[in-house]
Design a protein around this ligand. Structure first.
Ligand code: KE4
Length: 433
């Protein structure tokens, strides 16, 4: 049994300053139980907590650490940039250096703007879409998370085509009513929404591979269907690749599915672990932004030189070594995801594996899981037991059934085998209840 006395003491101290002792809710482990370890350092595939325990990391700071922790070229780039001051609030060459690489991987991004989080990126993209179309209504999908801007913290209303209801306290109904939250992977309900609100829908925003309900891939033809429908109805297609960008492929889901969206948002990997979000797309839409156009958007630390350095080192490496990085990620992720699923079958634990590249989820349900309603049938109590049993065996999954797991370029075959062995024991704990 792993002991964490120093983490327990730090948790109590943190709870004096932060609600729940955390600066982002999911870190509190409320969905899985157990005590969240405090991290002292991380390297490669491993996290080391303040009590000296080592964990194989399968959430990678929620996506950014695709090359593993403390990847030397990234560390050196940040160190070099820091010696020239942490921030100027003025333009630097590094912004265009990173932008050049982004647009090479995402040709639909003809122009872009850097911000400091995925939330800022999606919030800004929605404002831009409303300005570009002169329309107000936004369509999002249940189970998709696009950050915590008011208009995107919206749950489905009573009827499928009825307006959304606030997904959080503090979100006014008036704002929630401008968002329709529809089931993912169902093109007919989107067609019905456009028919019910002709000329009023500004945009659809979606995760092209859902990660925030757990991993849910798009059905065949679904993304192309949304692209066709939005083009026909004069609405914009906003593809939120904050999680999938540079993750599921160098060019994200946009590349895999040959999509040509109007706007794309990026985050996580594009900042290499430092705060970077991106929103970008067609030139005529982006040029509506101040100082050229009437849409205001700004940020003190947008394009921050340290964040640009970390993003550039990360994106440059995956771009220049894509032929090695992505096949390796596919092989090792397939091995661990399917190896653990086989252990569940041996233990007769109902489990559905959804995976796209190096992001995946083991849903504790017989499945299938093609939308949030099906994902929500998962046995979250069993998942919590599994999570705690793995933590006690040095394997750290994202602390929620409704999150995607991520593997890094640093994970070794030995890590995979150790994880499968730990899962074999953890499933015995789950089955024993
Ligand atoms: P941030 O504001 O957290 O940088 O990005 C928001 C966001 C936007 N779009 C997608 C597809 C995202 O997955 C996210 C953030 N993802 C969550 C994890 N599922 C961040 C972790 C957290 O909230 O602590």
């Amino acid at each position: 049994m792993i002991s964490r006395p120093r983490s327990q003491a730090l948790q109590q101290r943190a709870e004096r300053f932060f609600p729940g002792g955390v600066n982002s809710p999911v870190r509190a482990f409320r969905a899985v139980g157990g005590e969240p370890p405090f991290i002292e350092r991380a390297e490669g595939a491993y996290l080391y907590d303040i009590d000296g325990n080592r964990y194989i990391d399968y959430f990678g700071s929620w996506g950014p650490m695709i090359l593993g922790h403390a990847f030397p070229p990234v560390v050196e780039a940040i160190e070099r940039a820091a010696r020239n001051s942490a921030s100027f609030g003025a333009s630097t060459a590094a912004e265009a250096d990173l932008a050049e690489r982004i647009t090479a991987c995402y040709p639909a991004i003809e122009k872009m703007r850097f911000v400091s989080s995925g939330t800022e990126a999606t919030m800004s993209a929605i404002r831009l879409a409303r300005a570009a179309t002169g329309r107000k209504i936004i369509i999002k999908f249940e189970g998709c998370y696009h950050g915590h801007a008011d208009g995107l913290l919206v749950k489905a209303g009573s009827g499928v085509a009825t307006f959304g209801i606030p997904g959080s306290a503090g979100v006014p109904e008036e704002i929630a009513h401008l968002t329709l939250a529809l089931p993912f992977n169902d093109i007919a309900v989107v067609e019905a929404a456009f028919a019910a609100h002709p000329g009023q829908i500004a945009a659809i925003i979606l995760e092209p591979v859902v990660g925030n309900a757990g991993c849910i891939p798009p059905a065949n033809g679904y993304l192309a269907g949304l692209r066709k429908l939005t083009a026909q109805c004069g609405a914009l297609l906003v593809v939120d690749e904050v999680m999938t960008g540079f993750r599921v492929a160098l060019g994200g889901a946009t590349q895999i599915h040959g999509l040509d969206p109007d706007l794309i948002t990026l985050g996580k990997i594009v900042g290499g672990g430092l705060p970077v979000g991106v929103f970008g797309g067609k030139r005529k839409i982006m040029d509506l932004l101040a100082p050229l156009g009437p849409v205001y958007q700004a940020g003190t630390l947008s394009g921050n030189p340290l964040a640009m350095a970390a993003g550039l080192a990360t994106v440059s490496y995956v771009q220049e070594h894509a032929a090695e990085v992505y096949p390796r990620l596919e092989t090792t992720t397939k091995a661990v995801a399917e190896g653990v699923a086989q252990e569940a079958a041996r233990a007769r634990i109902p489990l559905t594996l959804n995976r796209v590249g190096s992001m995946w989820t083991w849903f504790f349900t017989p499945g299938p899981v093609t939308n949030y309603e099906q994902a929500a049938k998962s046995d979250t109590v069993a998942f919590g037991r599994f999570h705690r049993a793995l933590m006690d065996r040095g394997v750290w999954l994202p602390p929620s059934q409704f999150e995607a797991a991520f593997l890094s370029y640093a994970h070794t075959d030995a890590d995979i085998q150790a994880t499968i062995a730990a899962a074999r024991a953890a499933f015995q704990v789950v089955a024993a209840r």
